[in-house]
Design a protein around this ligand. Structure first.
Ligand SMILES: *Cc1c(COP(=O)(O)O)cnc(C)c1O
Length: 374
C-alpha cells in the first residue's frame, strides 16, 4: 500500500479515453492558443457556477493579479487579506504597489470574519480578498454587507473551494467565487478541479469588470494591436481547457468523494485526545481541498515524523503565517494581533485526501494516528 497526498494518475485512469481524445483533438487541429475548447470550457464553467462571465487565464495567481488590476486602484491603497493563506493571495497586492493589510483568521474555520476585517479598516481600504481556505466558504453574507457599507470591492480567492456552495440567510444559494464582485480560481493539478499543468480563471457577474478583465489578460487590447491599458499575457492553454472540460463533468462527484473521505476521518478521529478535526460552518458546504487537523500540545511535528516513518505522507499548510514572511516585512500593515494565524501555523496538519482514497488506506492512517496518541 502506497499512500499518496493526491492520486492524479488513478483519477486519470478512470477518464483516460475522454482525456486522451480531447488532447488528441487539440493536437490534430493545432489550435494550441485560444482554440475553441477554451471558450467551450469557460461557458461550461459559467453554467456550472451560475456566473455570467468566466475569463480563463494562465494560473490562479494571475487571476488574482488581473482581478486587482481591473479595479483601478492607486499605489498606497489598502487591500485586506487573511494572514493565514497561501502567499499568492497577498503577493499580488504587493506586486501592484498596493498595501496588503493582514487580518487574523477564525481559529475554528481557518477563515477571515467580518469582525476581524472591521478592526483593520482605514480610509485607504479599497478591497477585501476573502480566501475560502481548504474548501469551505468564508461567512460571506456579513462580509458583503460590510463591503457595501464601506464601498469596498470583494475579490474571492476561490482556488481551494471550487464546487462549494454558500447559503444566505434568505435561503439563496451561491457558488463560492460568484458572491463577491470578482472570483478567482486555480486549476493547479492538485486543486479540486485541476488540469495537467497550470491554469486559472476569473469569474464575475459585472459586465464592465468582465470587459476590463478580458482586456487586461490580453495585453490591454480589445482590438488587436490597439492597446488601451497596460495588461499582461495570461491565457489558458487549449490542451488544458480540453482536460478541464472533461474533468468539470466529474467535479461534483470529485467533491462528493472528498466529503465522504472527510466524514470518515472525522467520525473516527473526533474522539482522539490531542487533536481537533475540521469544523464545518452550517451555511457552507465543504469540498475538502484539504483535510486539516489541529494538533495540540506542540506535538504536530512529532506526529508528522511518526506518520512519515510508517509510510503516511502529510503536509503543513502553512508553516509560516504571512506576517512572519520576510517579503512582506516592509510593505504590510497589520490591523491587530494575528494570534490565531500564528497558533495555526504551528499546529495544523493536513492528511491525505483525494478522489481515489480508499477506506482501507484511511483505516491504516486512522489507526496509526490513534497509536501515536495512545
Ligand atoms: C493554489 C492557490 C493559489 C494560486 O494558484 P496558482 O494556480 O498556483 O497560481 C492562490 N490562492 C490559493 C489560496 C491557492 O491555494
Amino acid at each position: 500500500m502506497k499512500i499518496q497526498m493526491v492520486d492524479l494518475y488513478g483519477q486519470y485512469l478512470k477518464i483516460k479515453d475522454e482525456i486522451n481524445s480531447g488532447i488528441q483533438e487539440v493536437i490534430e487541429t493545432t489550435s494550441f492558443i485560444n482554440g475553441p475548447k477554451v471558450k467551450e470550457f469557460a461557458t461550461h464553467l459559467a453554467e456550472y457556477c451560475d456566473a455570467k462571465y468566466v475569463i480563463p487565464c494562465a494560473n490562479g495567481t494571475d487571476a488574482l493579479q488581473i482581478a486587482l488590476m481591473a479595479l483601478g486602484l492607486k499605489p498606497g491603497d489598502e487591500v485586506i487579506v487573511p494572514a493565514f493563506t497561501y502567499v499568492a493571495s497577498a503577493e499580488v497586492i504587493g506586486l501592484l504597489g498596493l498595501i496588503p493589510v493582514m487580518v487574523d483568521v477564525d481559529y475554528e474555520s481557518f477563515n477571515i470574519t467580518e469582525s476581524n476585517i472591521i478592526k483593520a479598516l482605514s480610509t485607504k481600504t479599497k478591497a477585501i480578498i476573502p480566501v475560502h481556505l481548504f474548501g469551505q466558504s468564508c461567512d460571506m453574507e456579513p462580509i458583503m454587507q460590510l463591503a457595501e457599507k464601506y464601498n469596498l470591492y470583494v475579490i474571492e480567492d476561490n482556488a481551494q473551494a471550487l464546487g462549494a456552495v454558500y447559503s444566505f440567510s434568505n435561503g439563496t444559494k451561491k457558488h463560492t467565487g460568484t458572491i463577491g464582485h470578482i472570483g478567482c480560481t486555480s486549476f493547479f493539478p492538485s486543486k479540486n478541479l485541476g488540469c495537467y499543468g497550470d491554469g486559472g480563471a476569473v469569474l464575475t457577474n459585472d459586465e464592465n469588470l468582465a470587459k476590463s478583465i478580458q482586456m487586461i489578460a490580453n495585453h490591454g487590447q480589445q482590438v488587436k494591436y490597439h492597446h488601451k491599458v497596460i495588461g499582461c499575457n495570461s491565457r489558458l492553454d487549449t490542451m488544458q481547457a480540453a482536460v478541464l472540460d472533461v474533468k468539470l463533468k466529474h467535479l461534483d462527484e470529485y467533491c462528493q468523494a472528498r466529503k465522504i473521505a472527510a466524514a470518515y476521518y472525522s467520525q473516527k478521529l473526533q474522539e482522539v485526545k490531542g487533536l481537533t478535526v475540521p469544523m464545518q460552518i452550517s451555511n457552507s458546504t465543504h469540498v475538502f481541498h484539504q483535510y486539516t487537523l489541529k494538533v495540540h500540545n506542540g506535538e504536530r511535528d512529532t506526529l508528522k515524523d511518526f506518520l512519515a516513518q510508517v509510510g503516511i505522507p502529510s503536509m503543513i499548510y502553512y508553516p509560516l503565517p504571512l506576517q512572519q514572511q520576510e517579503a512582506f516585512k516592509d510593505i504590510t500593515r497589520t490591523g491587530e494581533e494575528l494570534k490565531n494565524a500564528e497558533t495555526l501555523a504551528n499546529s495544523v496538519l493536513s492528511l491525505p485526501i483525494h478522489t481515489e482514497i480508499t477506506q482501507v488506506e484511511q483505516d491504516y492512517i486512522i489507526s496509526r494516528i490513534k497509536d501515536f496518541f495512545k
